[in-house]
Design a binder for this molecule. Structure first.
Ligand SMILES: CC(C)(COP(=O)(O)OP(=O)(O)OC[C@H]1O[C@@H](n2cnc3c(N)ncnc32)[C@H](O)[C@@H]1OP(=O)(O)O)[C@@H](O)C(=O)NCCC(=O)NCCS
Length: 117
């Protein structure tokens, strides 16, 4: 078992989106993540939560490519983790069969936690 957590400043992400446009988003986030976040009234808070999840997973698995770590939401909104490529292989090598995640955002920051079993 292992756990990872991270907290991200939403304003920092909003500035990156302002400066670099959608290029920033598509560099670090999958198409599904970008679609989800841009469908929301305040995309930066959802990108920040996903950024925090990616960093949380990196704390568990070690350095990984951001786009190999994906958050999708179930119909009821609950976030689910998908791993691809090397990130998936590393998780398997470490013996993790289930990684649960949770995200929360406030006005200024987004926080995430990942628990790997
Ligand atoms: C899940 C819930 C507690 C979120 O609380 P909140 O204070 O509004 O929002 P937070 O900032 O703490 O969390 C938002 C994150 O919660 C997560 N989330 C959403 N629905 C969830 C659920 N059913 N289970 C677990 N996590 C959920 C998402 O990851 C979301 O972030 P994202 O959209 O960027 O992925 C709230 O929406 C809820 O109670 N939902 C279930 C019941 C419901 O839909 N009620 C509606 C009217 S009664």
């Amino acid at each position: 078992m292992d756990v990872g957590t991270d907290i991200v400043d939403i304003e920092r992400i909003a500035k990156l989106i302002d400066r670099h446009g959608k290029g920033f988003c598509y560099r670090f986030f999958t198409d599904l993540e970008c679609q989800y976040c841009f469908s929301k009234p305040q995309p930066a808070q959802h990108f920040a939560g996903r950024f925090a999840i990616k960093e949380s997973i990196i704390k568990i698995l070690g350095a990984q490519t951001f786009k190999e770590i994906e958050v999708v939401n179930r119909e009821d909104g609950k976030p689910i983790l998908n791993l691809y490529g090397t990130a998936k292989k590393v998780a398997e090598k470490l013996g993790y069969t289930n990684i649960s995640i949770s995200i929360s955002h406030a006005q200024k920051q987004a926080v995430a936690i990942a628990v790997a079993l």
